[in-house]
Ligand binder design. Structure first.
Ligand code: KG4
Ligand code: ZN
Length: 337
């Protein structure tokens, strides 16, 4: 049986629409918002306005690419949270209107769970999918979580950041260095030519499986401030080594707790998800542990790491199977539930 879902993602600064047929993605169209580049972060008001401009064109394009008519769609799924309220309202209002007009079910999706469920998208030649239970390090601009995934519907957060998220650590470090937002991909790019051992930054001492990234940010800030006093072009002269060392520190902090979580739960199926899972060093570190510790690792294709609607469509598909629908009075939420 064909189940065709229209997924809509608008939680932060990407407006995205995707069409899924069972577990195969037929289209995944994302409009990025360049408007935030020079502000060092996402400006909520500008994000909502840009979503309003992009939502209809991205849906239109997704339908066109998928060669799907509106009447063939079984349900529409949207990100209900967490995220920026103004941004979420655009996607949720669109989905409600779409469901009402076509008289089809409406499905709400949690953004963080959706990041994890990309591992169940069927792609050409893909043979292995994670088996339950598995661990997923979900690392994005707003969250850093180690999740014990028990089923497509059951997610237990067993560790999380007590302050900044890993993506935020990348973005804030980049901002201190004068790089535009989002800084994560740029640090990754410059790090490729740098020495990760040149500078060392202190690691947080947080008990259990939780993370903290604020101390790292402060130490980078003071380190650069002191060196800029002596050498005003210090950042420019050391850009590659700085990026490599900062990236090395963030990835090591992430991996340390992930290793601990694996040892504690005795689970060796390890996945990563979220924007930071696009980071080349994190991906490499996972493959190294696969060899050393016998992990079986699951790393999403690049197009499913940063925010996209394919992840909402696959999460919506699983909820559709359970007939887990919501009514028109559903409201978005800003924080992880
Ligand atoms: O999942 P995502 O697209 O949005 C949120 O849900 O927050 O994640 C965005 C985050 C940003 O902080 C961005 O800098 C980071 O993912 N990011 C990266 C890379 N690509 C995106 N961080 C490090 N290396 C990358 N290659
Ligand atoms: Zn995200």
């Amino acid at each position: 049986m064909k189940t065709i879902i229209l997924g809509i993602e608008s939680s932060c600064d990407d407006t995205s629409a995707a069409i899924i047929n069972n577990r195969k993605i037929l289209a995944n169209v994302t409009a990025n918002q360049a408007v935030h580049r020079n502000f060092g972060g996402v400006v909520p008001e500008l994000a909502s306005r840009a979503h309003q401009q992009s939502i209809i064109p991205v849906v239109d394009q997704a339908l066109h690419i998928a060669k799907i008519q509106k009447k063939d769609i079984s349900a529409t799924a949207f990100t209900a949270g967490p995220g920026l309220l103004g941004s979420l309202l655009v996607g949720s209002s669109f989905s409600k209107a779409f469901a009402l007009a076509l008289n089809i079910p409406l499905v709400e999706v949690d953004h963080m769970h959706a990041h994890i469920l990309v591992h169940f998208i069927e792609t050409e030649g893909k043979k292995q999918f994670p088996e339950f239970p598995f661990l997923c390090l979900t690392v994005s601009g707003g969250h850093t979580q180690i999740v014990l995934v028990k089923s497509h519907y059951d997610f237990e957060v067993i560790g999380q950041t007590i302050d900044d998220a890993a993506g935020e650590a990348f973005d804030k470090a980049a901002k201190i260095m004068g790089l535009p937002y989002p800084g994560g991909p740029l640090i990754d790019k410059y790090a490729k030519k740098g020495n990760p051992k040149r500078f060392s930054f202190p690691h947080p001492k947080i008990p259990g499986l939780d993370y903290s990234f604020r101390g790292l940010k402060t130490s980078i800030l003071y380190f650069l401030r002191d060196n800029l006093k002596k050498e005003p072009t210090y950042i420019k002269n050391n850009k590659h080594d700085l990026c490599a060392s900062i990236q090395h520190a963030i990835v090591e902090i992430l991996m340390k707790k992930l290793r601990k979580a694996s040892a504690k739960t005795k689970i060796k199926q390890i996945a990563i998800a979220g924007g930071v899972s696009a980071n080349s060093n994190l991906r490499k570190a996972l493959y190294e542990e696969q060899k050393k510790l016998g992990w079986q690792v699951f790393i999403p294709p690049f197009e499913y790491c940063t925010d996209n609607a394919a992840m909402i469509a696959i999460a919506g598909y699983y909820k559709y199977l359970k007939k887990d629908f919501v009514s028109q009075d559903i409201t978005p939420y800003t924080r992880y539930r």
